[in-house]
Structure formats: C-alpha cells, structure tokens
Design a protein around this ligand. Sequence first.
Ligand code: ZN
Ligand code: ZN
Length: 133
Amino acid sequence: MKIDGHCHCGRIAFEAEVDPAAVTICHCTDCQRLTGSAFRANVQALAAQFVLRSGMPKSYVKTAESGNRRRHAFCGDCGTPIYACAVDDPQSYSLRVGTITQRASFLPRRQIWRRSALSWVDVLGAVPASDKG
Ligand SMILES: [Zn+2]
Ligand SMILES: [Zn+2]
C-alpha cells in the first residue's frame, strides 16, 4: 500500500510502500519514554520504498541494553518522531504510524515487550470516553 506522512508542523514529509496489516506495537520502556505515551506503533518500509519528500530530520542514536544502536529521526522544529533505522546503511525504516495519513486503515499484527506494558492498555474500552476532547 502506498502511503504518505508528515510531521505536525509539516516541514518533514515522506512517502513509502508498506503492508497496512503489519503494524507492530512496542510496549518497551524506551518507546514509552521516547513517545511520551503508553506504547509505540510502527510499520516497516524497505529502504528502497521509502522517500523523504521534504525536510531533514534530526536524529538521536539510542543505545539499547543489548548494546544495539538505532537512529531515531524526528522533526527538529515540532519534535514529531518520524522513524527509526540502523545507524549505518539502513535496509529498512520503522515508520511511526501516527505520522501516516492513511493510519486509520492499518491493523496491528503483533505486540512486543509485553512485560513492560501498562496494566490498563487492554481495558481502554471500559474507560469513560467522548468523541471529542
Ligand atoms: Zn515538524
Ligand atoms: Zn520499543
């Protein structure tokens, strides 16, 4: 599926080809902190199928407990997370689902790092809700 996306201020824009049924939800504590939220939703794009249309993201290289290093790209103006990739010669990009225009038609395929998932993520349906803020 052909998709496009951009950061909140619009300076960074991209296009890619992704499998809309292959979203991964990550509950790791790094994703919680880096998103400022409960979990992160990602979809993979092969490097050959990812094109940056405008802007140049800033990046932060995260070193995991395992020693593995990942480049986290974000908009230097509005702070929107855009993708993560290998530090050298990336073969794929882990796109942040919330930045993608077509995200409402995506489905998660798996959850990882469940051991640090916040206890309430599975019972959101029971939390009082309103259609707007
Ligand atoms: Zn921006
Ligand atoms: Zn994570």
